[in-house]
Design a protein around this ligand. Structure first.
Ligand code: HEC
Ligand code: HEC
Ligand code: HEC
Ligand code: HEC
Ligand code: HEC
Length: 175
């Protein structure tokens, strides 16, 4: 919580008219160690999100795929490219690629992918049109209000044939 408070204080000092995006990291788009493009792999090549993010349906974290998933293709596809060479070298050395994390909730908030995937909430609802992004960007605010708006809306307007009961009590997300 200290970080949240000091960030807020810093923001007040630094800019009188700072917008929500700064505090929430909406729009955060860090450079990655390898120029991996979702626009190419998930867009043009139409690869399924869960082919790589296979953790999403089974666990709290969607996870980022190990390089072995990439090498399934890239031992053959463009092995000479400098970007692919970075992959090949990391695999040979047995070191993981240090992808820069884009989305991160504060430690006091709890989220799991598993139940959302089971409830068929599309990845894009929370992550935006990732299949058009050459570099991943945080598309939504990911604030408590963002979570609660959907939970309340789902409760108020139940979809036919679905019995979804997303929680609105504090302890569901603050454990
Ligand atoms: C070929 C494998 C692959 C496919 C297919 C893929 N991703 Fe990814 N994804 C990655 C890798 C590698 C990263 C880490 C590097 C980066 O951020 O670009 C990543 C990062 C992400 C992140 C950011 C994670 C963070 O740090 O917060 C999101 C969100 C994401 N992917 C969503 C999706 C969605 C949605 C789809 C389908 C439309 C998809 N991905 C398809 C490999 C893949
Ligand atoms: C299903 C096969 C497949 C998988 C799996 C795959 N890729 Fe690719 N990748 C491709 C194809 C096809 C291209 C386009 C090659 C071309 O431009 O001719 C490509 C292009 C790339 C490029 C651009 C290379 C260049 O120099 O133009 C990078 C970087 C890349 N992939 C990284 C990754 C990473 C990292 C992963 C794992 C997270 C991954 N790929 C998984 C098929 C795949
Ligand atoms: C209901 C909103 C929501 C949906 C739907 C959702 N995500 Fe996420 N995603 C998040 C949040 C929130 C985080 C940050 C989690 C944290 O910090 O603990 C996240 C983090 C991630 C990450 C970073 C690594 C990790 O696992 O924490 C990846 C990759 C990712 N999501 C991919 C996906 C993919 C692929 C789908 C669809 C199969 C998906 N997400 C569906 C909200 C969502
Ligand atoms: C559906 C999930 C969810 C529920 C239910 C929920 N919260 Fe949160 N809460 C979050 C998330 C995610 C954050 C972190 C993002 C943020 O700060 O907005 C957060 C942040 C907070 C913060 C940090 C300050 C802030 O606003 O940034 C407080 C305090 C808080 N919640 C209190 C509560 C209380 C009290 C309740 C019950 C009335 C509650 N929350 C219910 C998800 C939830
Ligand atoms: C677009 C709609 C939507 C958004 C946005 C959303 N949720 Fe949910 N959430 C759901 C649905 C639907 C369920 C499943 C309810 C069920 O299975 O009965 C759910 C279930 C949950 C649950 C209970 C199941 C579990 O995983 O323990 C928690 C906790 C939760 N959400 C937290 C969050 C948090 C935290 C966020 C924001 C980062 C968030 N949700 C954003 C729709 C959403």
């Amino acid at each position: 919580m200290n970080r949240v408070v000091s960030l807020g204080a810093l923001c007040l000092l630094a800019c009188a008219a700072c917008d929500n995006g700064f505090l929430t990291q909406q729009g955060y788009e860090p450079a990655q160690p390898i120029a991996f493009s979702h626009a190419l792999h998930a867009g043009e090549l139409k690869m399924n999100c869960q082919y790589c993010h296979f953790g999403a349906s089974q666990s709290r974290h969607a996870g980022v795929p190990p390089a072995s998933v990439c090498m399934g293709c890239h031992t053959q596809v463009k092995p000479g490219s400098p970007e692919i060479q970075k992959l090949t070298k990391a695999v040979a050395a047995g070191v993981p690629i240090e992808w820069v994390r884009v989305h991160r909730l504060p430690d006091f908030a709890w989220f799991s992918h598993q139940n959302h995937v089971a409830a068929e909430v599309a990845c894009q609802t929370c992550h935006g049109p990732v299949e058009t992004m050459a570099r991943v960007q945080q598309h939504e605010t990911m604030t408590m209000g963002f979570c609660l708006d959907c939970h309340r809306k789902t409760l108020a307007e139940p979809q036919p044939g679905k019995k979804l009961a997303p929680p609105t009590d504090c302890s569901a997300c603050h454990r």
